[in-house]
Design a protein around this ligand. Structure first.
Ligand code: NAI
Ligand code: A1CAB
Length: 273
């Protein structure tokens, strides 16, 4: 990747999503010498520095040195982190938040006047360069900042720019989305056990069916209804299963589930509990 908009990128908070993004950026060719990380526990910082060849620093040091700061702590920890960082971040630096729920205005109110802020909602498939990241700019983010953030996240998957008003919905769909698929795979594997298959066989059958279905969804250009109809033979097995899904309100459950995720994202707006 290019080194437009400054060399040094710092990841503040290197848990599941922070590490996933960090590893993706390095796979995409970012020089580890230009990557800083911070972690709450010194052992974790040392472990990541050794594994990736990046430099572990304090939050304050990262705030002073980095051109782009990627904040990946939990929404509940963001207030404490900002208190620590804000006095040290010059207004020409780019602040990128990956936290669910927290609006760009919340950061702007705590940072030096005019600091550009970009809000992004990635998801864990960034680990395999198949991420879906949704990006919105705050009131001081210029086109160059959005393009730079897009370049960072495009190195680990797809990127979509959306108005910030749609971020909570996007969080419910793509931010949390992978978890719903894992949940389905887990439940369907259990169903295989119920039907008498060995667990590993059930797992392999379901996982490859999920991969095949996903690739068809992405690459065929067909509507999901068409793809499902092609599997659903008259008086066959699939329609017997679909009737059960409809009887149990699975479609309504999904509507309610994603609405609950969207509402939870809204609740996290102020750093949440
Ligand atoms: N896990 C996911 O799939 C996604 C998570 N996110 C967002 O990413 C953020 C992090 O989520 P996860 O990685 O799942 O959580 P996590 O708990 O795995 O990682 C957060 C990390 O931040 C560290 N941390 C907390 N306060 C710190 C501080 N003051 N200085 C340095 N490090 C500090 C913690 O020790 C922890 O390692 C959240 O805001 C979440 O909304 C966004 C998209 C997807
Ligand atoms: O569960 C969460 O709050 C985070 C945000 C999106 C995915 N994981």
């Amino acid at each position: 990747m290019s080194s437009a908009h400054g060399q040094k990128i710092a990841f503040l908070g290197t848990g599941k999503i922070g590490e996933a993004l960090l590893s993706g950026l390095l796979r995409a060719g970012k020089d580890p010498a230009d990557v800083l990380i911070t972690a709450r526990r010194p052992e974790r910082a040392a472990e990541l520095a050794a594994r990736y060849g990046v430099t572990a620093v304090s939050n304050t040091e990262a705030a002073k040195v980095a051109d782009t700061l990627i904040l990946a702590v939990k929404p509940q920890d963001m207030g404490t982190l900002l208190d620590e960082l804000a006095p040290h971040i010059a207004a020409d630096r780019l602040v990128v938040s990956a936290a669910a729920g927290i609006p760009t205005a919340w950061f702007e109110a705590r940072l030096a006047a005019g600091t550009p802020v970009v809000r992004v909602m990635p998801n864990t498939p960034v680990l395999v360069d198949e991420g879906m990241s949704v990006i919105s700019g705050g009131s001081h983010a210029q086109e160059e900042h959005l393009e730079w953030a897009e370049e960072i996240f495009r190195s680990v998957g797809k990127v979509l720019r959306l108005p910030e008003s749609q971020q909570d919905a996007a969080t419910a769909l793509s931010g949390s989305g992978p978890a719903y698929f894992y949940f389905l795979v887990e439940a369907m594997t259990d169903a295989g056990i119920l039907l008498g298959l060995p667990r590993q066989v059930a797992h392999d059958l379901i996982v490859q069916s999920a991969v095949g279905a996903s690739v068809m969804l992405r690459d065929s250009g067909e509507h999901p209804v068409k793809l499902r109809e092609a599997v659903t033979s008259p008086a066959g097995t699939t329609i017997a299963a679909i009737r059960e899904l409809e009887n149990h309100g699975v479609r309504a459950a999904l509507l309610g589930a994603l609405e609950a995720a969207r509402d939870r994202s809204r609740e996290l707006a102020g750093g949440g509990k």
